[in-house]
Design a protein around this ligand. Sequence first.
Ligand code: UD1
Ligand code: CA
Length: 459
Amino acid sequence: MAAGKGTRMKSRLPKVLHPLAGRALVHHVLATAAELGARNAVLITGHGAERVEAACGPAGGLASSLQLQCVRQEPQLGTGHAVQQAAPVLPDDGTVVVLSGDVPLTQAQTLRDLIALGGGDKLALLTLELENPAGYGRIVRDGGGDSAPVRAIVEQKDATPEQLSIREIYSGIMAVPARLLKTWLARLDNKNAQKEYYLTDIVKFAVADGVPVVAHRIQDAVQVAGVNSPVQLAELERAYQQRQATRLMEQGVRLSDPARIDVRGELQCGQDVAIDVNCVFEGSVQLGDDVRIGANCVIANVRIEAGAVIHPFTHIDGEKTGVTVGAGALIGPFARLRPGAQLGAEVHIGNFVEVKNSTLAKGAKANHLAYLGDATVGERVNYGAGSITANYDGAFKHRTVIEDDVHVGSNCVLVAPVTLGAGGTVGGGSTITKDTAPGALSVARGRQTTIAGWKRPKK
Ligand code: UD1
Ligand code: CA
């Protein structure tokens, strides 16, 4: 269900598209459905339907094996009415799991347990006990006992004072045999305090039909917590990040402060990885054994091999192309690696050095204030401070090839396409427009002249 308005977000963006850990809320839910191996998924949209559907379509960046179908619910007349819109496209056999697009952190295993409890012929509800159950539907049991059979779910606004004291609540998640769901949906009405079609009314029908209603009561509130406001979104983000941090530490990763790491994607770590404070990891990141990440780095879509050190304030984003950092490389502080940067073992990239779409072979160094774009750099090359590849002529990109053991002096401009021959040296301040000979010194700048006895102007 993803048709609701999300008024309290006070945003133009439909609620279910707000990101948690870098991914839309609804993407989390669909990913869980995919993890369950659901035969198909039906997304019920309403408010902002076009945007939600586009975000969940093939172009929305949702990598999933899930067969997804969208149905519209307009107007939105309640959760029962929402599921009624999906009924025509649901198969008659199997189990339907009802999920909310704004409840992102339910674990697949919890749902597997719920489905197993339902056993294909019972109505299974995911419930939990809350200190403060205000606002939620209450689980009403026979005689009120803790494990007595479930009779009904009563919504807050329809509950008697006695029912309001019940602390077991309905999470909004259920597993229900498709065949039964369809018959029950047809019987819903909106004779209640909110004049809505309540999906929760099907519990009464199950009881009347002699279908057992079972509750899977969990302890972990985060798994059923919904997002209604920016405050709740931030709370869930922290809960999620805390779990990521715990998971990493359980694998042996050393975090300087588990409260100051953000993983917005997938972070895989080898042994003895250490991560300092305030680092953000996005997309797919792999860190090899003994990798160290300094404070305040943003690291996305990269493979960093064993023993490499990323010094503070480094920004790496391989985007779709990826970046690789070789074993034992030293990067930063204040380095920037862009898509297609492929750094070999023991490469050094220092402060204010930008590398894009370039390959640097083993031991190459660019330590200060430099740009390497569309370049192929050989082993042991030393690339001087302030030097740049002029790789763009305004229309096309061209390559620069710097062969093994070249020394490029400071403040050089290498106008691509150009090749610097192996072992050569380029004098500082040169603008190189022609290939240079191997082993030679190439200088391309105005000669220094001396004007003796020169008098500076005086006032
Ligand atoms: C619902 C349950 C309540 C439960 C609570 C858990 C009903 C009647 N009540 O409450 O027992 O404790 O969830 O959070 O089901 N939606 C639609 N179309 C609609 C209405 C809602 O798609 O017409 C979607 C919303 O976008 C949301 C989900 O359904 O994703 C739940 O809606 P919400 O209004 O939050 O549920 P409640 O009625 O408050
Ligand atoms: Ca509501």
